[in-house]
Design a protein. Structure first.
Length: 176
């Protein structure tokens, strides 16, 4: 297997569901600096069924990681030319790891620029990326609806920052 690399790094600005590509991202104890998911805590939403919506909880989704190979498979399943990390609002797109989503909770993701992440869980699909993909392919019907099913089991991972540092495009990545 080829070396795993950080193929793209991105930041999702507040108020939008797409992310923007950068040369590097800075990870602090609160997540990816300037990202819409930045913060040590967050307000509970639909995924935190164990507390009332709006309750302050620990943010276990500071960083979103996807793989280029799984993005290609999502595109194939949806019948579109391309699905990108930007479409999914991801922070890191890894390359040379076709089964990224199968990595278990508790794994460590170490980047050569210094940041270390702790994998919390699989990132379950929702409709927001489908809306972004639909905007890029307006002539193909029902992509919003197709996305969750097409991405099930290959949507990537969410993680928290275990050691602050940078993640740069081209970093080598070690999965422990």
């Amino acid at each position: 297997m080829s070396d795993i690399v950080a193929y793209r790094v991105l930041v999702g600005l507040s108020g939008v569901t797409c992310s923007q590509e950068k040369k590097k991202i800075q990870c602090t104890w609160d997540g990816v600096k300037n990202d819409r998911h930045y913060g040590r805590t967050k307000l509970a939403g639909v995924r935190e069924k164990y507390v009332p919506k709006g309750t302050k909880v620990l943010n276990l989704r500071q960083v979103s990681i996807v793989s280029e190979e799984e993005l290609q498979e999502i595109a194939r399943r949806m019948g579109v030319h391309e699905v990108t990390g930007t479409d999914l609002g991801a922070n890191v797109v890894l390359k040379n790891i076709p089964e990224l989503t199968k990595i278990s909770s508790g794994a460590i993701v170490k980047f050569s620029s210094g940041a270390i992440l702790f994998v919390v869980r699989e990132n379950l699909p929702c409709v927001f990326p489908g809306r972004n993909i639909q905007e890029r392919y307006p002539d193909i019907p029902s992509l919003v609806r197709k996305f969750p099913k097409a991405a099930m089991g290959i949507r990537g991972l969410v993680a928290i920052v275990l050691q602050p540092g940078n993640i740069r495009r081209g970093d080598t990545v070690e999965i422990i």
